[in-house]
Design a binder for this molecule. Structure first.
Ligand code: ADP
Length: 458
């Protein structure tokens, strides 16, 4: 079911319920008022008749005249019957002539007990009341009548209420559909705009209308999401082109080396040296593809990653050992600012293999970009975090490039003669993000750089 129809139906149900409640209230108040007014008129009629009978001392002969007068006067009620009984339950006056008038003594004693009594059935209303004459004699006056006029009026009210209800509901349905349609129009328009957005025109934005209401907010958020998607599409595109460019360079080098080697016959030593050079290029290729693979893995936000309590200092010592065994000229010094009393202060909830990658990259960079091939690692901790600063006295990074070195494939201007592909730091940042940590850098060209990794400890 369309939301428009749903809103119109809900709207109609609410209005119908309100109209029904009001109509019932009007009906019951009118009906009570009519009944009460008619009881009052019957009471007046009863008392008037009794007064005429007793105060004018109407004799038995005049009773017929009173009856006739009663029948003709204008204020006479419809189907009116007035009866009057004395304290012996004898009928002293009846406004109509009948062979016998049957009356229950039980009812008379009820009236005497309560002084006033009223009752009604579908057609008739009746009251019984006490009347005391000048001689202190008490009588029960009983009046019945039919409120034809009042009921007619009530029927009119009911008809008016039913017609108003039907008109009200029909109007509500029509207006409900129109208003719901109008309020949902911006959503329908937005839908239309969204269907026109594809992967090739992510630059298109939705109309944000008045920029204030909920629908405008939805459009604004949608536009922000489009912007994020566009950015990640662009990153993806540049990643693919950068990656293929990086892969092409060593492959082209290998190809030209082989072509040159094949141009003429070579000695065994020459072949050996060519093969060695090819092996080196091949090694570079393997390193590069491993780096790309790691980057792709870290981008995929793998939730299945095992995170467990990991000692940061132990990871650093492992990196130090591995690095020194592979690069005899490197020097890696590890130092604590303060000896931890508790292992928790230097432990984090992390993945050891990934943290090894981070520190391996940072320490390797520190040695690689320094003349003395030396990295100084300092471990610090406070109430919340454990941080590792990796300092070198190397070439440094130009200030205007500091914000870009974490982008995939970005390399600063001053490193062209150093090996590398510009992937390591982007991997580091992604891994540190996954550990809810931070990575910061301070550097001065010609003086050296300090990379600081801040991780929440246990
Ligand atoms: P790579 O070192 O392979 O080029 P990275 O992603 O590790 O890639 O580093 C990106 C860039 O950041 C480097 O090319 C270099 O310009 C700069 N950089 C990183 N570490 C240092 C450092 N310790 N000293 C100077 N420059 C650095």
């Amino acid at each position: 079911m369309q939301i428009r129809t749903k809103i119109a139906i809900q709207f109609t149900i609410i209005i119908a319920a309100i109209l029904i409640i009001f109509s019932l209230a009007i009906y019951y108040t009118s009906e009570n008022f009519r009944k009460q007014e008619f009881y009052n008129r019957m009471y007046d009629r009863g008392i008037l008749t009794a007064k005429l009978l007793k105060e004018l001392k109407i004799t038995e002969k005049d009773k017929k005249k009173l009856r006739d007068a009663n029948k003709t006067i204008l204020t006479k009620l419809n189907a009116e019957k007035v009866l009057m009984f004395n304290d012996k339950n004898e009928l002293v006056y009846g406004s109509y002539e009948a062979d016998s008038i049957l009356f229950s003594p039980e009812f008379l004693s009820q009236v005497r007990k309560r002084k006033y009594y009223e009752t009604s059935d579908w057609e008739n209303q009746a009251i019984g009341t006490m009347f005391v004459d000048e001689d202190k004699k008490s009588y029960v006056v009983f009046v019945t009548a039919q409120d034809k006029y009042g009921k007619e009026k009530l029927r009119n009210i009911v008809n008016t209420l039913i017609i108003s209800f039907l008109i009200g509901i029909s109007l509500t349905v029509v207006l409900g559909i129109i208003f719901a349609g109008q309020s949902l129009k911006p959503i329908a328009e937005m839908n239309q705009e969204i269907t026109n957005i594809t992967a090739y025109n992510l630059k298109r934005k939705l109309n944000t209308g008045n920029n204030k209401d909920e629908i405008a907010q939805l459009a604004i958020n949608f536009n922000l999401m489009l912007a994020r998607l566009e950015k990640s599409f662009e990153l993806q595109k540049s990643f693919v082109s950068n990656a293929s460019h990086e892969l092409r360079t060593p492959l082209a080098a290998i190809k030209s080396e082989i072509q040159i080697a094949l141009e003429q016959d070579r000695t065994i030593d020459e072949y050996k040296s060519i093969l060695k050079s090819l092996l080196n290029d091949n090694q570079r290729l393997i390193q590069l593809t491993n780096g790309l693979l790691q980057l792709a893995k870290s981008e995929s936000n793998d939730n299945s990653l095992v995170m467990k309590s990991t000692r940061i200092d132990e990871v650093l010592f492992k990196v130090q050992e591995e690095m020194l065994s592979l690069n005899a000229n490197y020097e890696v010094l590890i130092d604590f600012e303060e000896i931890p009393d508790d292992d928790k202060w230097v432990s984090t909830l992390g993945n050891e293999a990934l943290l090894l990658t981070v520190f391996n990259n940072l320490i390797d960079n520190a040695c690689k970009y320094s003349k003395d091939f030396k990295a100084e690692v300092r471990i610090r901790f406070d109430e919340k975090n454990c941080s590792v600063a990796i300092k070198d006295n190397g070439i440094g990074i130009p200030e205007n490039e500091l914000s870009r070195i974490f982008e995939p494939f970005y390399r600063s201007q001053n490193v062209s003669k150093y090996r590398g592909h510009g992937i390591g730091l982007s991997i580091c940042r992604r891994i540190i993000d996954m550990h809810r940590g931070k990575i910061e850098v301070k550097s001065e060209v010609g003086e050296g750089s300090t990379f600081e990794v801040i991780l929440p400890h246990l």
